[in-house]
Design a protein around this ligand. Structure first.
Ligand SMILES: O=c1ccn([C@@H]2O[C@H](COP(=O)(O)O)[C@@H](O)[C@H]2O)c(=O)[nH]1
Length: 278
């Protein structure tokens, strides 16, 4: 199934715009698992079980697995997600970007090895670095546009000859000539609601993956206001605030409590939108 359809179904079925980011850091694990990289899968599986009915997507971040030589546990987690939460699309956060023949290998990694439904990519090497991923039918490609970190402005805010800023050009390309079969989306940080609104203007229907609520301090209500429209999906991602909500035996229950609160905050913001927007 097409990534956009999977996402729309999961959003509707779970009445949720929330994505839980799976960034497993053994140093932050609860007592009993703490400091043990061989328990990465176990930790993530408990979080998945506790939140799978509350989310529109999961987003494992590949670095947290690779850094601990735990790619096998990422494979195990992807298989677990397919078995236990088949209705929830999985976005592999890998931020890949390279020349075509290397990109082919990264695409194979994301879509064949890990069987992700979508992958995050850096667009700064141009369209030929994106093209190999398009060979995988139905898969979503989510391009970095206006990232959530303060240093994102260093390059993404650079003005171009036409007066627009670089992130605006990325949004235009993704909504226009690069979006050959409607499978592109954009990453925009919740920490910059004004730019989020600008990206929504330039890319009125593209799915936006929005990290930055929770630990980075982005405002959930402002995010919905700036980015969500009924025909314009947003995927609001939170990792640490959910994963490490508790450090005791009840950590998964604590994660659920925070995920549920964030989901409800996003729902309330949807309902508060003026009728002309919703
Ligand atoms: O602009 C971006 C793009 C990606 N990320 C990733 O999202 C999560 C955020 O984690 P939190 O704990 O919720 O802050 C993490 O995996 C980043 O690599 C981002 O933060 N900003």
């Amino acid at each position: 199934m097409h990534f956009a359809s999977q996402l729309a179904r999961a959003c509707a079925r779970h009445e949720s715009l929330l994505c839980v980011g799976l960034d497993p850091d053994p140093a932050k694990f609860p007592a009993g698992l703490r400091g043990d990289p061989s328990r990465i899968f176990d930790f993530c599986a408990r979080i998945v079980d506790a939140t799978k009915d509350l989310v529109c997507a999961f987003k494992p971040q590949i670095a947290y697995f690779a850094a601990h030589r735990a790619e096998d546990q990422l494979e195990q987690l992807m298989a677990y997600l397919r078995r236990n939460a088949p209705e929830v699309p999985v976005i592999l956060d890998a931020k890949r970007g390279d020349i075509g023949n290397t990109a082919e290998q990264y695409a194979r990694e994301a879509f064949e090895r890990y069987q992700a439904d979508a992958v995050t990519l850096s667009p700064y090497m141009g369209f030929d670095s994106i093209e190999p991923y398009l060979k995988y039918d139905g898969k979503g490609l989510i391009l970095l546009c206006r990232t959530s970190n303060p240093g994102g402005s260093d390059l993404q805010f650079q003005p171009l000859a036409n007066g627009e800023r670089l992130f605006e050009e990325v949004a235009r390309l993704a909504a226009g000539k690069w979006n050959r079969d409607g499978r592109l989306g954009l990453v925009v940080g919740a920490t910059f609601p004004a730019e989020l609104a600008r990206v929504r203007e330039l890319a009125p229907t593209l799915p936006l993956l929005i990290p930055g609520v929770g630990a980075q301090g982005g405002d959930a209500a402002a995010t919905v206001q700036a980015g969500w429209r009924p025909d314009a999906p947003i995927i609001v991602s939170s990792s640490r605030a959910v994963l490490y909500a508790g450090s005791g035996e009840d950590f998964a229950q604590q994660a659920r409590t925070v995920a549920q609160a964030t989901r409800l905050e996003l729902q309330a913001a949807q309902k508060a939108l003026p009728a002309r927007l919703s």
